[in-house]
Design a protein around this ligand. Structure first.
Ligand code: PEP
Length: 245
């Protein structure tokens, strides 16, 4: 599974150029589930492009709100399901840091879409927590949001160390692999029905380092920010994934 998170980037012209660059570089196979999460206002534009005709390409949202109603600026789970979004990213570190999202809100969001569409739950430690060897404790705490929820295979976890996002720094592939195994074990032992989730890695993945990550057993794919803004680079990373897994 390879997911593009465009964050608050892009416009109509970019979508056109991106689509052309992607399609002329992507080697078509149905292997990887490919997701694109544009800013919500562009979801409909992407649904209307040639991209959406490829079965393996799925359009999703970068977030949802905890409810509908008098919540100016928000987008509800019902709305993304109305647009047939195939996944939603929940709990991204930018939402936690810039919008003060807490674990209890994140849990409410998961409950809104659990079993209806794929939830990509982002977790990750800060640099300071990493240096203080608190990574596993922090991840365990963040994973409490899935405790006692009955999940099916619609839950995907993205391990995104905050210090690796957009910095060019990454843990070693072996470190990530060990953390992914840990995450799978924690989810399996705490969710109501022992779900064993796919775990994606996110943080400065690019065309040059992607293969080293995808070779690892417990790295099931990637969540990509910066490199996903270029259709050619994003297609190349998917080609590498399909050639490695
Ligand atoms: C992200 O923000 O989810 C991310 C992984 O960003 P980048 O690839 O730019 O590090």
């Amino acid at each position: 599974m390879i997911i593009a998170n465009w964050k608050c980037n892009g416009n109509k012209a970019m979508i056109n150029e991106w689509t052309n660059n992607f399609l002329s570089n992507y080697i078509e196979t149905k292997k990887a589930f490919i997701g694109i999460a544009p800013p919500s206002i562009y979801i409909e534009s992407l649904l209307g492009t040639k991209l959406n005709k490829l079965e393996e390409i799925n359009i999703g949202s970068q977030d949802i709100d905890i409810s509908s109603g008098a919540r100016t600026g928000a987008i509800s789970s019902e709305m993304i399901l109305d647009f047939d979004c195939k996944f939603s990213i929940i709990g991204h570190s930018e939402r936690r840091q810039l919008f003060n999202e807490r674990n209890d809100e994140i849990k409410q969001k998961i409950l809104k879409i659990a079993k209806k569409t794929i939830t990509i739950l982002c977790i990750g430690e800060t640099l300071e927590e990493n240096k203080n060897e608190l990574t596993r404790d922090v991840l365990k705490k963040q994973l409490e949001v899935v405790k006692d929820i009955e999940l099916n295979n619609s839950l995907v976890i993205a391990y995104e160390p905050v210090w690796a996002i957009g910095t060019g720094n990454t843990p070693t592939p072996n470190n990530i692999n060990e953390i992914h195994k840990f995450i799978k074990d924690v989810v399996q032992s705490t969710s109501d029905n022992s779900a064993f989730p796919l775990v994606l890695y996110g943080g400065s993945v690019n065309q040059d380092n992607a293969e080293s990550f995808f070779k690892e057993k417990f790295i099931d794919g990637a969540l990509i920010g910066g490199a996903s803004l270029d259709g050619k680079k994003f297609a190349n990373i998917i080609n590498i994934f399909n050639g490695t897994k």
